[in-house]
Ligand binder design. Sequence first.
Ligand SMILES: C[S@@+](CC[C@H](N)C(=O)[O-])C[C@H]1O[C@@H](n2cnc3c(N)ncnc32)[C@H](O)[C@@H]1O
Length: 236
Amino acid sequence: MAVSPLQNGGGEARPVFRLVLATMADVDTNHFDQSAATWDKEPRRLELAEAVGKAILRQVRSTQQMDVLDYGCGTGLLGLFLLPRVRSVAGADSSPGMIRILEDKIRSGGLRGMRAMMLDLERDPVPESRYHLIAANMVAHHVERLDALLAAFHQMLRQGGFLAIADLDEEPGVFHGPEANGHVHHHGFDRRAFKDHLRRVGFVDVTDATAHVIRKPIVGGATRDFPVFLIVGRRV
Ligand SMILES: C[S@@+](CC[C@H](N)C(=O)[O-])C[C@H]1O[C@@H](n2cnc3c(N)ncnc32)[C@H](O)[C@@H]1O
């Protein structure tokens, strides 16, 4: 049996490597934990969430019977946009700092249909809850094992449910600044390849559209446009 250098024969990381893995996870988590308190102060993030929300509603008819998962929800911008149009939204994220901010919003706003939970589908078992729509805005490029994530999404959707993923088109690695080092696993995606990926996992009626274009300064002082796609697929 082939054994990964990070694993012993039983599939468990050895203690010394467990420490390395934990440290790697902390780097990732800390970046978002540290950004959480000021996340909503950047207007382009609010604009993006609204544009993606509107693009989703053009593809998926929302109803008051619909339960939604906003995965990699951050402070909940996308989920909160969708909330008045559906029955419930669960915001899930691997960053405790982000989840704390969303919990504060839920508490102070008395938002009965919204809840927040810690979840990392690269590491955690797939939860029991099932959804009519799973939306993920700007998360996929932070996830190393996309296969595992897409398979988990497929499992967590009800029959006929929709997956809506918004992310960057391929870019030359200039979207993120140096503070993001170590937690960006993809410099955007090729839409055709991403759609094929969804089909391989079992999604049908897979479409893509441009949901928004982010205009932001990059290292060196120039300003650049970054198109954001929305890819939607349906679980049969
Ligand atoms: C670029 S932010 C986007 C946040 C939010 N969707 C928005 O549009 O404002 C990426 C988010 O994904 C979360 N994230 C990164 N990797 C994750 C993973 N494996 N599982 C769950 N969340 C993850 C981060 O903690 C962060 O909140």
